[in-house]
Design a protein around this ligand. Structure first.
Ligand SMILES: Cc1cc2nc3c(=O)[nH]c(=O)nc-3n(C[C@H](O)[C@H](O)[C@H](O)COP(=O)(O)O)c2cc1C
Length: 260
């Protein structure tokens, strides 16, 4: 009998199965052509011309369909890219809490003194991308970013569970901390300071002044849907937005079909 250590496949050639059944080498090299990319049905809206005039109603439909399909957790998760004053980009996931058709913006909530918050203070513009693997769809949104009114952030903060509200006070998001234990102690200390139990859903915890919402105003929207042989459907909508404080659209949407 070979000893266990001898039977083991060397790490460099071991494979694991990912969710779509593709073989992925632990080296990070994905060898198979991804079949999932070619199987999408033509999208009822994007596959024919003329293209729809309003990308935001399409985006709302797509997000709704991703939720209805129930194929992925957090279909409202989007990668949000910001940039520092020297033009160096950074990107992370956030949850889009609302696609606001009236204000033509996407809202998300975070710590304003985090890395992204500081970058948005320096350069108030962002780009976001959603990927819905079950529908083979991608949506990109770019534009100026503003802070939401305090009252709106207060309302949303109040809907969060007590431990998340305490956590928002206890965490200086993106700052270093010596250990996880130190973080947990800070959460305990914060709960004591507010004289609340983390398990009490009705506890009153105000919103930290440095935690709140942002609006990404949709200036450019690009929608993409996978089609066979990588001949994807892709279209971009753009409109001008007046500078702050108005941020009102100053033109209508111009739509252009793009090559895949
Ligand atoms: C699916 C998912 C959703 C997330 N949603 C949020 C969010 O809504 N707000 C937030 O501040 N961080 C969220 N995070 C954590 C961020 O990705 C990130 O770690 C954090 O905001 C700090 O980013 P920064 O240092 O670039 O500011 C989420 C992470 C994941 C994986």
């Amino acid at each position: 009998m070979p000893r266990l250590a001898q039977r083991r496949t060397p790490l460099s050639t071991r494979r694991c199965q990912n969710l779509t059944g593709q073989s992925v080498h632990r080296t990070g090299v994905i060898r198979r052509y991804s079949p999932g990319m070619t199987e999408a049905l033509p999208d009822a809206w994007l596959s024919r011309d003329p293209l729809p005039e309003d990308p935001l109603s399409l985006l709302v439909n797509w997000l709704g369909e991703a939720f209805d399909a129930g194929l992925q957790p957090n279909p409202h998760a989007m990668a949000l890219a910001t940039s520092n004053a020297s033009g160096s980009p950074s990107v992370r996931m956030v949850l889009c809490q609302k696609i606001d058709r009236e204000r033509s913006c996407l809202t998300f909530y975070t710590h304003m003194d985090s890395r992204k918050g500081k970058e948005l203070a320096d350069l108030p513009r962002a780009a976001a991308v959603f990927y819905w693997s079950g529908q083979n769809r991608q949506a990109r949104v770019e534009g100026p970013v503003t802070q939401l009114p305090d009252a709106e952030s207060d309302d949303y903060f109040a809907t969060r569970p007590t431990d998340a509200r305490i956590g928002a006070w206890a965490s200086s998001q993106s700052a270093p901390i010596s250990s996880r234990e130190a973080l947990l102690q800070e959460i305990e200390r914060t709960a004591q300071r507010f004289d609340v139990s983390l398990e009490d859903p009705a506890a009153t915890v105000p919103r930290p002044p440095t935690w709140g919402g942002y609006a990404l105003h949709a200036e450019t929207v690009e929608l993409w849907v996978s089609r066979p042989a990588r001949i994807h459907d892709r279209a971009i909508w753009h409109r001008e937005i007046a500078p702050e404080p108005s941020l009102e659209p100053s033109t209508g949407w111009q739509v252009t079909r793009l090559q895949p």
